[in-house]
Ligand binder design. Structure first.
Ligand code: 5RP
Length: 225
């Protein structure tokens, strides 16, 4: 199976976690796009979705799925999103699609995080994928130095030759050279640095379940809370 077919498989498998009558939290990315497309079949069974990006909002609306503001709803039962990396504890690196801040907000509002990913995303230690960090531009040079002090290299993410601007009007640093052996501590540490909006380690908002697309079908990994 191709990676795209594995994404379709897990996107469809995630439908079993959608609760009729309940708003669903929706992440961002190519795997989530498969989920959104599948969700259209259930659109009359749910009030709608809370979305983590302008891109997902547009896709949901185009399929006739109502989108609610996070502030307009209470707790969300289930949040469904992809990951750039996930480990055996359910800790993740996210933000390859630059939507990490809103993703973490919707994840924090949700009781369960269902991660959908193809098997290439399962890793032993987080950090091989460049870690996305959404930052305030004024702090950029100092944050680059702070990552250098950890032995890592941080670069501003570019789009068409200029710094990418997120849905929140901010920039992204992509950080290479990390081995994140204690994701909970690392997330807390970097989130304390002035100028960091959100670090793309999702340890405090880790996955409850991962639907992993493999050559043998969908494997369900369940994590301790
Ligand atoms: C977007 C994300 C995505 O979930 C992550 O990048 C995985 O994307 P894809 O499903 O396209 O591989 O965190 O900010």
């Amino acid at each position: 199976m191709t990676q795209d077919e594995l994404k379709t498989l897990v996107g469809q498998a995630a439908l079993q976690y959608v609760i009729p009558g309940e708003i669903v939290g929706v992440g961002t990315g190519s795997t989530v796009n498969k989920f959104i497309d599948a969700l259209a079949a259930l659109k009359d069974q749910i009030p709608g979705a809370v979305s983590s990006s302008e891109a997902s909002t547009a896709r949901l609306k185009a399929l006739g799925i109502r989108v609610f503001e996070a502030n307009a709803v209470g707790n969300i039962a289930v949040y469904i999103d992809g990951a750039d990396e996930i480990d055996a504890q359910g800790f993740m690196v996210k933000g390859g699609g630059a939507a990490l801040t809103r993703e973490k907000i919707v994840a924090a509002q949700s009781a369960r995080f269902v991660c959908i990913a193809d098997e290439s995303k399962l890793v032993k230690t987080l950090g091989a994928f460049p870690l996305p960090v959404e930052i305030i531009q004024m702090a950029c040079a100092r944050l680059v130095r702070q990552f250098e002090a950890l032995g890592a290299q941080a670069r501003v993410r570019l789009k068409e030759g200029v710094p990418l601007v997120t849905d929140n009007g901010q920039h992204i640093l992509d950080v290479t050279g990390l081995q994140i052996t204690d994701p909970l501590a690392f997330e807390s540490q970097v989130n304390q640095w002035p100028g960091v909006v959100t670090v793309g380690v999702f340890a405090h908002q880790k996955a409850s379940v991962c639907l992993l697309g493999t050559a043998d079908g969908v494997k369900t990994l369940t994590f301790q809370s």
